[in-house]
Design a protein around this ligand. Sequence first.
Ligand code: CA
Length: 244
Amino acid sequence: MLSSLRTAPIKAYRQVTLMAHTILVVEDEKRIAHWVRTYLEKAGFTTLVAYDGKTGLYMARRERPDLIVLDLMLPEMDGWEVCQTLRRESDVPIIMLTARGREQERIHGLRIGADDYVTKPFSPDELVARVQATLRRATGKMRTAEVLRAGNICLDVTAHQCRIDDAEVPLSPTQFKLLEVLMTHAGQVLTREQLVSLAMDDAFDGFDRAIDVQIRRLRQRVEHDPSAPRHILTVYGLGYKFEP
Ligand code: CA
């Protein structure tokens, strides 16, 4: 039974436990904004809404959304200016909302850095599909700044850095990977076998119990009291669990 846990289903957990992507919708027509928001939330996204360009730009900088749905005709600052300004400072994916039949707008939008566009009037399914596709491309390309946080632990996967209470804690590559796997699957029990297959490189052919040694070392690094761990818990008879 244990060996069957080792394969395919584990991958899915990572997606499930990742935080929902946040989408910023910049649209002055309240009815459309509300409608877009409703459908994006139904598809599992977290949403933010701005009703004018200036507020949109401000929110994009402050909230750092994963993607922006940007209308072109906006009060205060139009979509072009918002897009151009943002492109100078970030790679955040932008989907523009353009009016039907205005080819030039679309071409110009893509030229100044929009990733995609949707023509009004549009179907909610189309918008959601484009948001998902654009996010997939963006995360495939960048995988930037993946930071896992739980309590006093901050794991910057991209920079390969672990901080406890804001102080950097050195971890070996194996310890780092083990902590990353545990934090990604927070709240779930992982068997020793799963931990070996997810956190150890292929050359590792130790007995599964060797994971206990690695866990003990990891606790010494990241737990305030390694003998009474608060995050990396033993689940008797099963394996280990990360408690955020
Ligand atoms: Ca508008």
